[in-house]
Design a protein around this ligand. Structure first.
Ligand code: ZN
Length: 125
């Protein structure tokens, strides 16, 4: 796992933009596969464990493997993430602390002060 501190550009629909500091995390393929296997283990292992529990097994036998499959799929697809974005909202100048998400640009987020949708772009250059 590689963490880098990077400058991103946040844009609002008003056309205003601002630079923010953020973290760019890259997950190597091996780590993504291990993470996917852990999800599958929890999903199917959990379903197997709960099979002896009356009533509850009606739900867990399909819900846990499904959650495991979704978690595994999500782990495999997440090559890199953007997180811990700090700066100022380009519209209201409020202090931003954005959670970010999977690094498929632009990443969508929202200002917590003015509720405007914000698009996080890679810094040009
Ligand atoms: Zn704002």
């Amino acid at each position: 796992m590689v963490n880098e501190n990077v400058v991103f550009v946040v844009k609002a629909e008003t056309g205003q933009s601002a630079e923010v500091q953020g973290r760019f995390t890259t997950y190597p393929q091996g780590m993504r596969i291990v993470s996917a296997l852990i999800w599958l283990g929890i999903g199917f292992g959990g379903a197997l464990a709960f099979i002896v529990v009356p009533v509850l097994h009606l739900l867990t036998t399909w819900a846990l493997p499904l959650a495991g499959l979704m978690g595994a799929w999500n782990s495999l697809r997440t090559v890199s993430r953007v997180s811990h974005l700090t700066g100022r909202c380009p519209v209201c100048q409020g202090k931003l602390l954005l959670a970010g998400g999977r690094a498929i640009f632009p990443v969508r987020d929202q200002c917590e002060h003015c509720s405007r949708p914000l698009l996080i772009h890679e810094h040009p250059g």
